[in-house]
Design a protein around this ligand. Structure first.
Ligand code: HEM
Length: 485
């Protein structure tokens, strides 16, 4: 037994033959997560590929991924020292920083501040929900405006603005999407962010691509500019907050970070710039992901009119027509949550997490992985594992409902989209509240129809998030137009 185990420990990681210079970069294809899943069938759930100058271990399937991220949580909590990571949030990002004592402190501060402004007590909870309701009713109005005379429109931009307004309200006590033209213009380009930091991006693993004009270099230049502009927007807002800071009154999350990071005589290594870095992290993480989720939800609603009808009946029965749905209805609107979970599972719109790296030598499945190895976590493979899910390629929200029509918590816990372990998303709770309220209010107020001469395609673009291709829908008011008040 021991002899066999030692032999396994020493075994080189399996994986495809890697070509000189590029390694396996040319084999990733348009949808790397699908390629990774296919390679897992051949080499097992833990294997190695080479991208340019970097060895990358790819983890697939629920068991191997949880073993790594939960049982060996510290060993897998690192981030690679990619050049692209250094231009995010003025180089003072928490998200794109390697594991360290300082990072732990940074993450704790971000986590507790999010909690303080979303769920700490009934007052903050209420304020957070009211903000979303206000945003959702504005979204309904702009959808109806864009649908005037039965016109068809692409909802992408309005969704980004709505999600941006929620996170800006938390961070700055003020929404900007509607009155700040520069911010709106910036939002139109944020989707380019994920192309560079998504797993499989070549910027970081082929530094020689920076030395002559080519598409990868162009994307990277664009990325650096975008980060700079975005960071400048955040810096200006934080500066205004510093100038009017009152230690007695914490107006919003920026004030909270100023209070903890700027003002505290901290021995934690965090400096003033980390305040802007943290705010910038949260805005970046909070708008692209939530808007992408809503984008897929609307597409799938329009694609499955029979499910939409059932959802409308469900919501009419539970909420009625003379008030808007609220977060208190969530327990009774299991079908709505089931639709959200199925959207997250089926699309797996964050298919691979932000790249990890190992903080020390470690093993998964008895396979040895050295310190400082880049690790890709293939979330898509967990959500499409045929051993775990019946007909994983079929969109069916009812898979999450038990015989009483209640949400099956054991099953919803098996969906992996927020990652797990030490790097798990810290915005998962606020994201779920946001998505639920936006979706429930949109459903309550509108019905959605696809353009008759267009087949709604599930094809998408790859990056940190998968985004649906351009599509058009129209929205129709179902009853009376309601507001949150
Ligand atoms: C990290 C998913 C919304 C803040 C992540 C990661 C994923 C993820 C997959 C990477 C985990 C890893 O590398 O292992 C999502 C999804 C969302 C969402 C699917 C919406 C549906 C949000 C929101 C916020 C947020 C609303 C904050 C306002 C963060 C932060 C990190 C992160 C700060 C970095 C954590 C770290 O590196 O320690 N998220 N997220 N996310 N998310 Fe989210």
């Amino acid at each position: 037994g021991l002899w066999v185990r030692n032999l396994r420990l020493k075994r080189r990681l399996p994986g495809p033959f890697a070509w000189p210079l590029v390694g396996n970069a040319m084999q990733l294809g348009q949808m790397p997560h699908i390629t990774f899943t296919r390679l897992a069938k051949k080499y097992g759930n833990v294997y190695q590929i080479r991208l340019g100058c970097s060895d990358v271990v790819v983890l697939n399937g629920d068991r191997a991924i949880r073993q790594a991220l939960i049982q060996h949580s510290t060993e897998f909590a690192g981030r690679p020292n990619f050049i692209s990571f250094q231009s995010v949030s003025g180089g003072k990002s928490m998200t794109f920083t390697n594991y360290s004592k300082q990072w732990k402190m940074h993450r704790k501060i971000a986590q507790s501040t999010i909690r303080a402004f979303s769920s700490a007590n009934s007052r903050t909870k209420k304020a957070f929900e009211q903000q979303i309701v206000a945003e959702a009713t504005e979204l309904v109005e702009s959808f109806l405006r864009l649908s005037a005379q039965g016109q068809y429109f692409n909802p992408a931009h309005e969704l980004t603005v709505a999600a941006a307004n929620v996170i800006c309200a938390l961070c700055f006590g003020k929404r900007y999407g509607h009155d700040d033209i520069e911010f709106r213009a910036l939002l139109e380009r944020v989707d380019q962010f994920g192309q560079t930091v998504g797993a499989g991006s070549l910027v970081d693993v082929m530094p020689w691509l920076q030395s002559f004009p080519n598409p990868v270099r162009r994307v990277f230049t664009n990325f650096k500019e975008l980060n700079q502009e975005f960071f400048m927007f955040v810096q200006n807002k934080v500066k205004e907050h510093r100038e009017t800071f009152d230690p007695e009154v914490t107006r919003d999350m920026s004030d909270a970070f100023i209070g903890v990071i700027d003002k505290a005589d901290n021995d934690n290594g965090l400096t003033t710039g980390h305040t802007e870095g943290t705010v910038s992290d949260l805005i970046g993480a909070g708008l692209d992901t939530v808007s992408t989720a809503l984008h897929w939800i609307i597409l799938l609603l329009a694609k499955h009119p029979e499910i939409q009808t059932k959802l409308h009946e469900h919501i009419d029965k539970v909420v009625g027509s003379d008030r808007l749905p609220s977060i208190e209805d969530r327990g009774s609107l299991a079908y709505v949550d089931a639709f959200i979970y199925e959207t997250m599972r089926f699309t797996s719109f964050v298919p691979v997490t932000i790249p990890h790296s190992t903080t020390s030598d470690t093993t998964v499945d008895g396979l040895h992985i050295p310190k400082d190895t880049v690790v890709f976590i293939n979330q898509w493979s967990v959500n499409h594992d045929p051993l775990k899910w019946k007909d994983p390629h079929v969109f069916d929200p009812t898979r999450f409902l038990d015989e009483n029509g209640s949400l099956d918590k054991d099953l919803t816990n098996n969906v992996m989209i927020f990652s797990a372990g030490k790097r798990r998303c810290i915005g998962d709770q606020i994201a779920k509240v946001e998505i639920f309220l936006f979706f429930a209010i949109l459903l309550h107020q509108c019905s959605f129809k696809k353009c008759p001469n267009q087949d709604l395609s599930l094809n998408c673009t790859y990056g940190l998030t998968l985004k649906p291709l351009d599509y058009k829908i129209t929205a129709k008011l179902r009853g009376e137009l309601l507001t949150g008040q």
